[in-house]
Ligand binder design. Structure first.
Ligand SMILES: [Zn+2]
Length: 271
């Protein structure tokens, strides 16, 4: 009985995923938008960064750090187009967007949506490293954990490699942030339905606004620390005094763009 229930639950989730993927296509991006190759991944693929306007308030949005979250690029591409259409309102800003950080095997990821097992497919980069456990932080060790399932009640060990920033992708990201004086970093993940802040006051305010404008749960820094997920982008931002928000929306296969657009707009104009 339990097995049948589980099968039906997975079937329902898979059908929903197929529907979401087919009804929310990866948008095209205008060729007029400034884009630059900012480095090469482990397997020598281009890591691209898009840029909107050039002024004082420096913000970076990053998506697809975990391989099984490839469809976070749908949100990033919608965001790029929307920012470009609204460029006139953004004359105080300098906004960068990196849609594909974990870029190796892009074609493979897109061609294999794995609707039936979406929470199990591959998470790491081509060196088998969890990129969000590879940041240059004081307490770095070779292994950490990742938590998942409801209330993050389950956890497994993940490999972080022998030294911090060992991976091209994390090195490129942190170098870029420092070189360009980024003061606010938004990192997009899915699909655990929450928003998490780091240790700056601004991050608390932005996270609350983001959560209020979506149905994503607000997780405090204190709660996040109890999960013991270490050497993350959040921890690196804590140590470097950068405001950080981690956003997990509720589906692997669609962008939740209509909802997230409001949250992004509200938080952007708080800066
Ligand atoms: Zn993730």
């Amino acid at each position: 009985m339990k097995k049948i229930f589980k099968f039906l639950w997975k079937l329902r989730r898979s059908l929903k995923s197929i529907f979401q993927d087919k009804s929310d296509k990866i948008p095209n991006i205008s060729v007029n938008i400034e884009r630059n190759i900012i480095g090469k991944s482990i397997n020598w693929s281009d890591i691209m960064c898009y840029k909107i306007w050039e002024w004082n308030i420096k913000i970076l949005y990053v998506s697809w750090i975990h391989w099984n979250e490839v469809w976070t690029i749908k949100l990033a591409y919608n965001l790029i187009n929307w920012l470009y259409e609204n460029i006139i309102k953004l004359d105080n800003y300098c906004i960068y967007i990196m849609p594909c950080l974990n870029v190796d095997w892009y074609d493979l990821a897109i061609k294999n949506p794995d609707y039936f097992n979406w929470w199990k497919i591959w998470r790491f980069n081509s060196n088998n490293v969890d990129l969000n456990r590879n940041f240059d932080t004081k307490s770095f060790k070779e292994k950490s954990i990742r938590s998942f399932w409801k209330e993050y009640s389950e956890s497994v060990e993940v490999f972080c490699w022998k030294s911090w920033n060992s991976e091209a992708e994390t090195k490129i990201l942190t170098n870029f942030i420092i070189k360009n004086n980024i003061s606010v970093l938004f990192m997009f993940h899915n699909a655990w339905n929450d928003v998490m802040w780091n240790n700056t006051e601004l991050s608390k305010k932005l996270s609350k606004t983001y959560s209020d404008n979506t149905w994503f749960k607000l997780l405090t820094e204190e709660y996040w620390n109890t999960l013991k997920q270490t050497w993350t982008a959040k921890e690196w931002c804590d140590e470097n005094d950068i405001t950080y928000l981690e956003i997990e929306w509720s589906s692997r296969y669609w962008s939740d763009w209509k909802v997230q657009k409001n949250a992004i707009e509200e938080t952007l104009f708080m800066l």
